[in-house]
Design a protein. Structure first.
Length: 410
């Protein structure tokens, strides 16, 4: 029988650091459709009011509209060059100076709703409800890409030399799903093994390529040869709106449901709603420190990643399988601490001592481990006196335990 004695951990967090989403000073009363991160700047776009930018992790925001002749924008993306692209209804713009100025790239493109723009080697691609378009001269001139069975191309992404296009159609055999190209869009083949409906967006995390199938999330680890459903913890009847990733974690937003988190080696999503005053979160993006969520009318929210990893997962502080059996003794400690933990499957394992804000104090384990039980010891004097946290991460999930150190360093 598994025992969890983690209630004191959550009392500690709720009384000391108030782990939850916080509203930023971004304008409210508008609908945010896309958020993008470029180095130290966070950009957010709202319908018909343009773009705002923050240079201080979302504490303050300023308008970034110089050169925008069409404010009906819906998506933002950052290219490999560092250029920022904004797309929308009859609108394609680029900023080459971190949002100070914007230049139209619509040029010879037809009137359409443009969805996503990406950079590949020597070419730009932009998807739209009128087809996929390609430019070889940084958007000065465009040509329509042929060979796709549906004119409605919602998502576009490049991975390891392959282009993936997410199409909307009437059903199997009529242009829905994913098509893949190995020659920069000259020829295409279906990549629908495991895909059953329209695909609206993509996200890359480590060796995985994620696809949003309207109400379904799927991922591939073999460049689209196969796709696997990854919906545990999400509703199968509600639209998935956006994805983002940071480190080993991926975040999803689902209509009327808020924000969810998943470790890259887990198959289960966990809700992290604490502090959100809106369940209509339409877009999401993350830096190395914070996650940003744009709502339909309540502004842009911000939350430290460390809070969600440590405290926002569920009531017993686990992501994935909660049978990792992480324990330590004595606790409270005043000298040598013995740690026991169990790994059910071969996995990369990290075992860290962290403070109450999620900052790593000491790395105890960071290595590939075969399945089995492990024991290690360390001197508690090397960590700060008071309350610290022990965090174990493996393919089986994440567990956190509180350590009370009676005579550590100051």
């Amino acid at each position: 029988m598994k025992k969890h004695i983690l209630l004191p951990l959550f009392v500690l967090f709720s009384s000391c650091i108030f782990a939850q989403w916080q509203i930023t000073s971004a304008p409210t009363g508008v609908s945010y459709y896309s958020i993008a991160v470029n180095n130290t700047k966070i950009f957010a776009v709202s319908g018909n009011t343009g773009i705002v930018v923050s240079t201080d992790n979302g504490l303050t925001w300023q308008a970034s509209n110089n050169g925008l002749t069409n404010m009906n924008l819906g998506t933002l993306s950052v290219g490999k060059s560092g250029n920022i692209y904004a797309c929308g209804t009859n609108a394609v713009f680029v900023s080459t100076d971190q949002g100070l100025n914007w230049t139209s790239l619509k040029n010879n493109l037809p009137d359409a709703t443009f969805m996503h723009l990406i950079e590949t080697v020597g070419k730009l691609f932009v998807s739209s409800n009128s087809g996929l378009f390609r430019s070889s001269d940084n958007g000065q001139a465009w040509e329509k890409v042929t060979g796709l069975p549906s004119p409605s191309v919602r998502g576009i992404v490049e991975k390891e030399g392959f282009l993936f296009a997410g199409l909307s159609g009437a059903g199997p055999g009529t242009g829905h799903g994913i098509y893949r190209s190995a020659d920069l869009g000259n020829t295409w083949e279906e990549s629908n093994n495991g895909i059953t409906t329209d695909v609206t967006d993509f996200e890359m995390l480590n060796n995985r390529l994620y696809a949003i199938e309207v109400t379904v999330l799927a991922y591939s680890t073999n460049l689209g040869d196969n796709w696997n459903n990854i919906m545990s913890g999400l509703s199968s009847s509600l639209y998935v709106l956006d994805l983002c990733s940071s480190g080993d974690y991926i975040f999803a937003t689902q209509i009327l449901s808020g924000v969810f988190i998943q470790h890259k080696d887990s198959t289960t999503w966990r809700a992290v709603p604490q502090g959100l005053t809106s369940n209509m979160i339409q877009c999401i993006a993350a830096t190395n420190e914070y996650c940003f969520a744009g709502s339909a009318a309540n502004g842009v929210f911000r939350r430290p990643l460390s809070e969600m990893v440590l405290t926002g997962i569920n009531e017993n502080s686990s992501i994935g399988d909660n049978n990792l059996m992480l324990n330590m003794f004595p606790n409270p400690a005043a000298g040598i601490i013995t740690i026991n933990y169990n790994i059910k499957r071969d996995s990369h394992v990290s075992l860290d001592l962290v403070d109450r804000n999620g900052r790593i104090i000491k790395v105890l384990v960071n290595d590939q481990k075969p399945a089995g039980r492990y024991v290690l010891k360390f001197d508690s004097f090397v960590i700060p006196q008071g309350v610290n946290l022990l965090r174990l991460q493996s393919v089986d999930g994440i567990e956190v335990r509180k350590i009370i150190n009676l005579n550590g360093s100051n």
